[in-house]
Design a protein around this ligand. Sequence first.
Ligand code: CTP
Length: 412
Amino acid sequence: MKTPRTIVVGITGGIAAYKAVNIVRAFVLNGDSVHVVATTAALRFVGKPTLEAISRNPVHTDLYEGVAEVRHVAIGQGADLIVVAPATANSIAKLAAGLADDLLGNTILASTAPLVIAPAMHTEMWNNPATVANIAVLRSRGITIVGPGVGRLTGADSGAGRMEEPETIVAVALAVLDRQASGLSRGAEAATSAVQDLAGRRVLISAGGTREPLDPVRFLGNRSSGKQGVALAQAALARGATVTLVAANLEVAVPSSITTVLVSSAMEMHEAMTLAAESAEVIIMAAAVADYRPKMVQLGKIKKEDVGDTLTLELVKNPDILAGLSAARRRGQLIIGFAAETEADADRLLALGRDKITRKGCDYLVVNRVSQHEGFGTERNSVTVLDRHGVIVNEASGSKMSVANCILDLIG
Ligand code: CTP
């Protein structure tokens, strides 16, 4: 059984506070211990009894309650992670200035735990130079900022400023926590800076499985769900990177703070990756790309009466995107490929990986055994990472998020 971590959820006074209930619930269901610190303004939007019932703990607001137990610092000192959602423009300004005029401010200042904030406000406030400067200050301190998303705001308007969806905030927060727990960042200083070790890096990731059309209703596809690629994108985002995701037919949602280019076929992915690679510093080809596509795409549906008992398809080779990107690699660009193999024998699996990295010319290859029950579509993964000389540089087994972080350690 896993040891529960202590997560402090700070809620400030914005309408998105009602969505914080789902964030609290997700952490509780994940087996973590959750303590809510709400500002008085937050409690005008969401009720204390709701938060207490969902968090299964008392909700604290008042700086002058629990003085005997030195509550204003005790909550922060006991936290493994602090998540502020929603973070209003006012609370962001207070954070940037290091103000401690309420319990949440004291809790944050008294804590050495990583801090994740989810801004929520109107577009004008988000774009205001004061907020822009405050956010830059928070980023420079290693604070993880999730969102905001772009979409419908409280009134009739829409734009940037909408709080990121609760499941995305939770996924990013847990990625930060996992990384913290993996021992890669020990001590207060390291804790906040190491989790942002990809700050400002431009990372391009492909995910999902391509579909090669046969006719308007049919395609040749594969079993990739895109979960590992999306986990990579979320983990890179949590570590401060600017992420572009080229996504083919995903079965999972992508946070709106990730620039996503939707594609379907290998040729579309080839075009999108080639274009996006021009400005990327790190490229990770996690997508399962079809090696062949039908030579002819029928304009109308293929009919049995026209075909008869057997249908022979003529396929032509698709470009090898990874090999092409590696061959055209710019100076300083780092390229990571994946190898999906069905080989059961560990030594033969590695031999296939070594052969593949030589053919692909990338810097690292993540060797991944796949079957109906492993790799594709599952929640967990088990990988071995080879460098260009075929030397094992990392092995990881666990949730796709923890595997993603091990892969990103190669570039951090
Ligand atoms: N890949 C690619 N373009 C292709 C095929 C694969 O960029 N046309 C990339 C995948 O995204 C992955 C790596 O190459 O990063 C290896 O893919 P994999 O399917 O394991 O290997 P293949 O190149 O298809 O070789 P084989 O089918 O012989 O195993």
